[in-house]
Write a protein that binds this ligand. Structure first.
Ligand SMILES: [Zn+2]
Ligand SMILES: [Zn+2]
Length: 359
């Protein structure tokens, strides 16, 4: 029997870290290894016994709430492979040097070739997997894992219909256990409605507006959608966002084919410039907050008129995921305790796991 232990990420937003054990074959793997962001960061419950008994870690994407505990895992004595997509590994090169630990050398970062997308990769007699793009950020993936004839689906953070990023549908849709991102499933907010709400705030062409961002699929989506919805306005973006968009064009297999030319045109456009500290009329997408702007908070949902833009499945998306991905047991992660209660009420007929939480 396969056993999933939640080391973090259920009944909380962040710290995603799940341990999967098959005792019959002594197979043990970890799905993501993140921290809960904040000051201080909160770590998952990783002991030496756990770290030293695992063969591999599978990383869904390179946000800190999915990778931030890798240094801790190394310190606790893990010596196996850390798997991720090629595009994630490229982006890790900017992150690894910032980690202050000497144990990292023990981690073997491995990536699977782009051409293996949707194909079975066998790591050992008892462990194989298939991966596909999850549409949440550049390089983000879901996994179908097979351990000793049991099957597990791990969505990672997933977006079903990003305007730019590809989301693959798994070929196999029936599992023993499915771990599914329910991050925004306490509300329903289609992208079109978000953009409508944001546009209703961006009314004054003589005003300067700030949309605070992180490097994510969401920031790229917002720039792309607003750029096309407002053809007479200028956009000033963070240098880091422009660099990230250049990575988009270098990884066209991860991007919706029909959008590549439009994205290229956006990046060449004189309407999009890099922020250099000056404030003029326009719409700013920046990593760090700058003063004096009319700020638009796209991360906070208050009601259906909020300028909220989802970066996780909303209620409708989650229902769709549960309908397509059939599992004997589900674990819903990336939701705060109160949100999870609302979500589970809405999915009453679904069989979900809430034990096995080490918090
Ligand atoms: Zn993420
Ligand atoms: Zn996340």
């Amino acid at each position: 029997m396969i056993d999933v232990t939640v080391l973090g990420g259920v009944r909380e937003y962040g710290r995603n870290c799940f341990l999967v054990t098959d005792q019959a074959t002594n197979t043990r793997i970890m799905l993501d290894c993140g921290v809960r962001n904040g000051n201080p960061e909160v770590y998952p419950v990783i002991t030496e016994e756990i770290a030293q008994s695992m063969q591999a870690v599978f990383i869904s994407h390179i946000h800190n709430d999915h990778i931030g505990a890798l240094p801790l895992l190394a310190e606790k004595g893990f010596q196996g492979d850390v798997w991720m997509s090629e595009t994630s590994l490229q982006q890790m090169q900017n992150i690894i040097p910032k980690w202050q630990t000497t144990s990292l050398d023990a981690l073997r970062f491995r990536s699977f070739d782009k051409h293996t997308r949707g194909k079975l990769i066998t790591l050992s007699e008892n462990l194989s997997f298939i991966w596909g793009y999850s549409g949440h950020m550049l390089g983000s993936v879901w996994y179908s894992l097979y351990i000793n004839e049991r099957s597990i689906f791990f969505s990672g953070d997933i977006a079903l219909s990003s305007p730019l990023l590809v989301t693959d549908t798994p070929a196999m849709l029936s599992y023993d256990v499915a771990l599914i991102d329910s991050g925004h499933a306490a509300q329903t907010m289609p992208y079109e409605k978000s953009i409508h709400n944001i546009l209703s705030i961006l009314k004054d062409p003589s005003e300067s507006y700030l949309i605070p961002i992180t490097i994510s699929g969401k920031a790229c989506d917002l720039l792309f959608l607003l750029f096309h919805a407002l053809p007479d306005r200028n956009f000033v973006i963070d240098h880091g966002l422009m660099e990230h968009l250049q990575c988009y064009l270098k990884n066209p297999d991860n991007i919706r084919k029909e959008k590549i030319n439009e994205l290229d045109a956006l990046m060449q456009s004189e309407r999009v410039t890099i922020y250099e500290g000056k404030k003029e009329m326009g719409i700013y997408l920046l990593l760090d907050k700058a003063a004096g702007f009319h700020e638009i908070k796209t991360a906070v949902y208050q009601d259906e008129k909020s300028p909220f833009y989802k970066s996780h499945p909303d209620r409708k998306d989650l229902k769709e995921l549960v309908r397509t991905i059939d599992a004997k047991k589900y674990i819903f992660f990336h939701s705060e305790r109160n949100d999870l209660n609302i979500i589970l009420d809405g999915l009453r007929s679904v069989n979900y796991i809430l034990d096995n939480l080490i918090q």
